[in-house]
Design a protein. Structure first.
Length: 547
């Protein structure tokens, strides 16, 4: 394994002895996700794998399309270990592309649809992706035009593949690349080449920003599959489970719980590309979904939209919440309104996927008093100087081509430093108490305050700025910017929002939703901004506005 990946671009941490121990315990193995796809496509070819509101995909169709696309990728020059980038909403095509990329031996680089020129340009540069898949237009934004502009600046990007849009002469369409020569479940694997192993590069997930720039978390199937198998066991998911998947499948929770776990167990996936609570409830009713895994704010919005006369969620057994602790009042309301459905916490990160969770068999009170226990056998959790540390077979190999930050994140004893504060009680249950990292979690997605501040400081009317989290009932947190103006004319919220969106071209969800003009920022004696004071001020402003 070491020899296979030593030149892959990751910082390889695992020794042959560690790999042997993980295999001995069954935490790592030789089986890959494609083996499960093949099994279900052979045993039950017509069984429904996925729907997305516009189409349906059976297991046999998914395998046929994915393997034909894998052969096309090889013909386009994709070699083992090359990066294949995809920015798509929750569409059936994402699943096909994911399976095709790994079958071709490539490393998938998924990007959330909310990212724009700034973030994607950086990820293209870091990953040196050879192929990119993008939508045409989605939610009134021209993704294809953005990628055309980025392609002109990215010499490593050789091919652009268009999904649900019109490809130009020098571009590819996914329809052409997946077009069958014979039956939908007939394909020639010899045209694809050797199947990947569980120790080959599988996915490169870029963090959503707890520092100034995202980091690429490099995983094999063994590091991800460890978490995927463990989550299926913890939540008691099997062939009869029907997944409702509105969380972006292009990031950790969505990819693991919304795609990999269902394929592992042979279940069904019902995707939603734009989170609309009423539409989501309709999907649950129509498909008799048994569970969902989202950021905690999704639950609040679903409850607010619920109409007992029209909506039927009686099939739901659990709603798994990631990204923020579960408030006791929310758990109680779900128990009263979504009868038979439990809220279960899941805590993790792109670097480790799953750290702790409440298992389906755990007492109900665990979900409101803790963030769970180690989600999987083989995971160790400890708290040192109030910081939560993780060690186990699910940790990434390293940050992509970034040994310095890898060494900071994972110490010499193999402990990953999460940057989160917490405590572990006598029963081994973890309770998160906040963050050490300067990050805002908006609807389960991390926003780097430092990154937004750096963009704002380029505005001519901004002399100094501090961006902090302010509480929000629906999203959990939103960004609030405290701005010291440069001159007599202070910038407005609309002015700064337009600048960040159209000039700096950052993702819309990062744009502050409140701006407070101040004469100066509170400082420590050593010259550091006292962000705790600004967070308290933002919290008080929200409390006054909502009282």
């Amino acid at each position: 394994m070491v020899s296979q990946l030593k030149d892959s671009g990751a910082v390889f941490r695992y020794t042959e002895e560690q790999a042997a121990r993980f295999r001995k315990h069954g935490w790592w193995g030789d089986e890959i996700l494609l083996d499960h796809l093949d099994r279900w496509a052979t045993e039950t070819p017509g069984f429904e794998l996925a729907t997305d509101g516009t189409g349906r995909l059976t297991y046999a169709e998914a395998r046929g399309q994915a393997y034909r696309l894998a052969a096309s990728l090889r013909r386009l020059g994709v070699q083992r270990g090359d990066r294949v980038l995809v920015q798509l909403p929750n569409w059936n095509e994402f699943i096909v592309i994911y399976l095709a990329a790994i079958r071709a031996g490539a490393v998938l680089v998924p990007i959330m649809p909310i990212y724009r020129h700034d973030e994607i340009g950086y990820i293209l540069e870091r990953s040196q992706a050879r192929v990119a898949f993008t939508a045409g237009e989605f939610r009134k934004f021209d993704h294809l035009q953005m990628f055309r502009e980025l392609r002109a600046k990215s010499p490593e990007l050789k091919e652009l593949v268009v999904v649900r849009g019109d490809a130009a002469a020098d571009e590819q369409s996914i329809e052409r690349l997946t077009e069958p020569d014979r039956r939908a479940d007939d394909f020639d694997e010899s045209a694809i080449g050797t199947r990947p192993t569980a120790d080959d590069g599988h996915v490169l997930i870029f963090t959503s920003g707890t520092e100034a720039r995202p980091k690429g978390c490099f995983h094999t199937w063994n590091t991800i599959g460890f978490s995927v198998r463990g989550l299926a066991k913890a939540f008691e998911l099997d062939r009869g489970c029907v997944t409702f998947a509105p969380s972006p499948v292009s990031h950790g929770t969505g990819l693991a719980m919304g795609v990999a776990v269902p394929i592992l167990t042979g279940g069904s996936i019902h995707l939603q590309d734009v989170w609309q609570p009423k539409e989501g409830l309709a999907r649950i009713r129509e498909h008799r979904c048994t569970h969902a895994a989202t950021a905690t704010p999704f639950v609040r919005m679903a409850l607010d939209a619920f109409d007992p006369a029209a909506d039927d969620v009686s099939s739901m057994r659990m709603w798994i919440c990631a990204g923020a602790p579960i408030p006791a009042a929310l758990a109680s309301e779900v128990a009263n309104v979504f009868k038979g459905c439990r809220l279960l916490p899941l805590y993790g990160a792109s670097e480790i996927f799953a750290a702790t969770a409440c298992w389906a068999s755990d007492p109900p009170e665990y979900a409101i008093t803790s963030d769970g226990r180690p989600a999987l056998e083989g995971v160790e959790i400890k708290v040192t100087d109030e910081e939560v540390l993780y060690r186990g077979p699910g940790a990434m190999l390293g940050y992509w081509r970034d040994p310095e930050r890898t060494a900071i994140a994972i110490d010499k004893d193999g402990w990953y430093h999460t940057g989160d504060r917490g405590e572990v009680n006598a029963e081994g249950l973890l309770r998160l108490k906040g963050r050490i990292k300067d990050v805002i979690i908006r609807g389960g997605t991390n926003i780097s305050a430092t990154e937004v501040e750096e963009h704002l400081l380029t505005h001519p009317k901004v002399k100094a700025v501090a961006v902090v989290a302010m509480p929000d009932r629906l999203m959990g947190e939103k960004a609030c910017a405290f701005v010291v103006p440069d001159g007599d004319e202070a910038p407005t919220l609309a002015e700064l929002g337009d600048y960040l969106k159209n000039t700096r071209r950052i993702a819309v969800h990062k744009i502050p939703e409140r701006v407070e003009i101040v004469k100066e920022l509170p400082m420590t004696p050593t010259g550091k901004i006292q962000k705790f004071a600004l967070r308290d001020q933002a919290r008080r402003m929200v409390e006054i506005a909502t009282s």
